[in-house]
Design a protein around this ligand. Structure first.
Ligand code: NAG
Ligand code: NAG
Length: 383
């Protein structure tokens, strides 16, 4: 992970208020927008300011400022998504075995069903990454590997690399449009198969897209609902702040489970799902994440925790304690030890908010069995 993910995100938001080069652009020009926001006169100045903010201030202040800017933009309705993301340039990338994948445009999603390497008798997981710039750099690899090791699920990555190059289209403002496209793609597949067997998992902004996918699928299908959506540390900036950008939430699928790992900074601290697992409670920094990288490391931990639980030997590695009150998430002892499974094997009937302990390194789950544990370095599932 690069230490500069927060900065990249700031720049992405900076770009979101950039003057549009096309004509389907913002209702106001970029510089007018910036003036209204009192943020200076040009995009470069805004970006400079944000850079200084990152370098010179405590991060909590920076992210408060960031969220404020983002919320203002949304509330004022000043900037609409300008580059309407082009659905024909987004693909499903089906992992056919440890070393191969096939790319299928969302506009031709029905081809997935007959694609060589797609098992019609297996469920399908669709994994949506956050705002990393390209799909090959993304943090999908450990999850793909764990599913390859299971060898019982079709693993599909949402590949939007063609238009996230600029980072711009992947901003918070476009998550809803992208989710709608994924939902439209799912509508091209057999309805019963999708409702029973498609499971959408997303990290960061990808978690918001996963929720949006579920919501749009329900609307467009006239009420059919996906079985499960999992949000891995759903992105915080610009969501859930009383503005109308909708993030992943309960109701997006029949079961919405959330793993929180950087609450209040890059990830939301809000309870948004049917089951919300707060690993190490409300502390934003996770054990083992130190130094320059601590924020992005903590934000990424949700993916590593989830990936750990996908291996067959590890499904019970993380057991949660149910907390009656949100404030109890600060104090693990005040939550009752219900041994509620987090991650791959989480049960749609265990709802609530949960405190989960974790180790600083693998195995992250404290209930891992040292003798049978499968590590992320294992050969199983590797290319
Ligand atoms: C998909 O496969 C191609 C070649 O088969 C490879 O170059 C590419 O890195 C793969 N992409 C991912 C995300 O695994
Ligand atoms: C995965 O499952 C398929 C179908 O059962 C089988 O043909 C294949 O050999 C398995 N792959 C591995 C690596 O076990």
């Amino acid at each position: 992970m690069t230490p500069f993910i927060p900065l990249i995100f700031l720049l992405a938001l900076g770009l979101a208020v950039a003057p549009s080069s096309g004509d389907q652009g913002a209702e106001l020009g970029g510089s007018e927008t910036l003036k209204i926001l009192g943020l200076g006169e040009s995009l470069e100045q805004l970006q400079d300011k944000l850079k200084q903010a990152v370098i010179g201030q405590p991060l909590s202040i920076t992210f408060a400022v960031l969220s404020q800017i983002c919320s203002k933009i949304v509330d004022l309705g000043l900037v609409r998504p300008k580059t309407i993301p082009d659905m024909s340039r987004m693909n499903f990338l089906l992992r056919t075995d440890e070393c191969h994948n096939v790319s299928i445009p969302l506009t031709e999603a029905e081809r997935l069903w007959e694609a060589p390497g797609f098992y019609q008798d297996r469920p399908t997981v669709i994994f949506i990454t956050g705002w990393r710039s390209t799909i090959s750099e993304s943090n999908s690899a450990p999850v793909a590997k764990a599913y390859n090791c299971r060898n019982d699920t079709n693993f599909v990555l949402l590949d939007a690399a063609n238009f996230i190059d600029t980072l711009y289209s992947w901003s918070a403002l476009n998550t809803d449009a992208i989710g709608e496209y994924v939902a439209k793609a799912l509508l091209k597949l057999n309805r019963n198969y999708v409702v029973e067997n498609v499971y959408v998992v997303g990290h960061s902004l990808g978690a918001q897209i996963a929720g949006s996918t579920g919501r749009h699928f329900r609307q467009l299908s006239g009420g059919a609902t996906l079985a499960r959506v999992t949000g891995l540390d759903p992105a915080n900036p610009c969501f859930y702040d009383g503005n109308d950008l909708e993030g992943v939430r309960s109701g997006d699928a029949r079961f919405v489970d959330i793993i929180h790992s950087n609450p209040g900074i890059l990830g939301t601290a809000k309870v948004v799902g049917d089951a919300d697992f707060f690993v190490e409670g409300l502390f934003a920094f996770k054990s083992g994440c130190e130094g320059l990288n601590d924020i992005s490391c903590s934000h990424n931990r949700a993916v590593e925790y989830f990936a750990e639980t996908v291996f067959r030997t590890n499904t019970n590695n993380f057991l949660g304690k149910r907390c009656d009150r949100y404030a109890n998430l600060w104090f693990r002892r005040s939550c009752s030890d219900t041994r509620t499974v987090m991650g791959y094997d989480a049960s749609a009937s265990d709802l609530g908010i949960f405190y989960v302990d974790a180790n600083a390194e693998e195995p992250f789950g404290q209930n891992a069995n040292k003798n049978s544990f499968t590590s992320s370095n294992s050969q199983c599932g590797a290319c």
